[in-house]
Design a binder for this molecule. Sequence first.
Ligand code: ZN
Length: 700
Amino acid sequence: MHVNEDFLLDLLMENGVLNQESYEEVLATSHEHGLSVGATCEKLEIMSAADVLVLLAAEYDLESVNLAHYKIPKELVKLVPNDVAHRYQIVPIGSDEESLTIAMADPTDVQVFDALSHLLEKDVQGVVATSDDISEALNKYYNEDLTFVDDDDDEPEIIGFSEIIQDESDVDETPIVQLVSLIIVKAYQAKASDIHIEPLEDKLRLRYRIDGILHEIEDPPKYLQNNITSRLKIMARIDITEKRLPQDGRISMRLKDVDLDLRVSSIPTTYGESLVMRILDKSNIKLGIPELGMFADDQQIIERIITYPDGIFLVTGPTGSGKTTSLYAFLNTLNLPDRKIITAEDPIEYDLQGINQCQVNVTKGMTFVKILRSMLRQAPNIIMVGEIRDLETASIAIQASLTGHMVFSTLHTNDATSAIARLTDIGVQPFLIASALKAVMAQRLCRRICDACKQPYQPTELELEYLEMSRNKEPGHILLVEDDPATQKLIKKILFRNDFKVKTAKNGIEALEVLAKDDERKIDIVITDLQMPEMDGHDLTKAINEQYHHIPVVIMSGADQEELDKMTQLEIKGCLLKPINSLHLLNTLQRIYSKVLKRRLDESSSGQNDILKWSKGCGCQVCGNSGYKGRLGIYEIFHINPEIQEMIFKQESTASLRHRARGMGMRTLRDDGVRKATSGLTTIEEVIRMTVDNEVEKFN
Ligand SMILES: [Zn+2]
């Protein structure tokens, strides 16, 4: 049976053609031989298929036709799109200015009338035919392949929309179908991630999002607005008559050798329905971790973390930051025969081979929570939950991670360290976070410089300023030389709280030893007491001035006249009077440290141009003059080590978690972006765009 013919069986019962016994016989025989109800009745010599049809026609007061007598012209075939004909099991048999006649096997399926009359803006009339005739006609006139592009052309020819729609009188012919296909084909060819069709007061705006940026495309004619949205709604299998409520649907289509999936959402707006279609290119999913564009150090960290036997790994970032892609890459990497992986997703964006994917469907009661619960009974090793939105989901995820599962999920936070506060906000106990969470990765997608038009580039003052600002986020390294343990402890505490890294020494000799070991020239500033045993601050400063003239020295002094006199012979950058005032200390250090950074920047941008490979795309045909082609992830990986665990347990603030993580070497999104920009992969402009407002300015 090609259509559900239950209605026909019922009809035959009601008319006394079948009794309970023969009803069951017909049902069983039709199933067994794959025959239609009409053919089965004929086979069982109950009634001829033609008479069954006559009965059906009479019941619904419709004409019946024998499709074998019809030759359906090509124009008529083109009028009803392939997918519509197959889905509703109908064949067009006649058309004039105002109406279209279709042959159908199931006259109870009235949806097709709505769908077609919206699409074609014609009255649609039905006649009945046997389901076998319909199937045969579909095979004859519509091939099975649900391709929306013209099959004759190997490469779909891209012409302007205006060339398809030449004048308004054409509306009632096939161009709508062709136009809508073209909108999708063009988007795919431009590597767009989504298509936006927005009715405005005076036009129908069409935009493609390419590499994260919306580009306005030639508008389809405003007067075709309803035809276009109707066609798309039919393709997406959403209720075409509902125009006041938001709806979601999905279009699956084949484009040459590519399977395309489009997730469609429609929402009512003032000037009509606005449609957004997200393009999911299934050929893209052979994605592994190397394709994520991580630098080797980050990749190593990630590869280590994802193979932990249990725990939670969260990926954070706003919508469109590539979180799902990363999760899929992790799962692809982990997808080995000895592992069982289950996912709960909303929606399933790609099909992953060998992975059990479950679609969340809240209206049918398939919530994240419900799927997670049943998942755990399936004894998986690895679980992926699309998103943690509420306490219930979080609790089950944590429970799973604490009972020997590795759990991957996403959260909506801007940076990695804020994930802790977010989890606490939704009600997760800090001790559970501390024990379950293994790592959080924040990410963004920056546009990649187009290789075809990449040029060396000298950044602007503003960009350099930004770069300096971002380096300013690197903790300054201070060598604190002080013999009095209480003073040392106090200053160390102030410095630590204010983002500095501190090394200490008790006297000048020890201080010189520390400096001698500082091969990477990490120490930015030396703060020294003046009076100390063994080697005092005066001699130490003299030694530093000679051997390490790039390191500024700040002296702390009790400020008697003799000491101050002695200091005038030294090169010092600051003098702090004891007892130390913390504000004065920080102001002095901040002033000196920004000079250190400025000097470093000058060195790197003048003397060492070969280290920094600034580039920019100047725009070419390949990149549509944007200078960018494709995208590149930037990452911030927050690894939960025992010290961070302790801090989470003690409910320390996001700021201090962030500070400590940075102290332990975490690169922020901005750091990773800047290093990718200085390697010529993206631009500072792009990094600024993606990370603006993301970092809390703090240096006081
Ligand atoms: Zn280019």
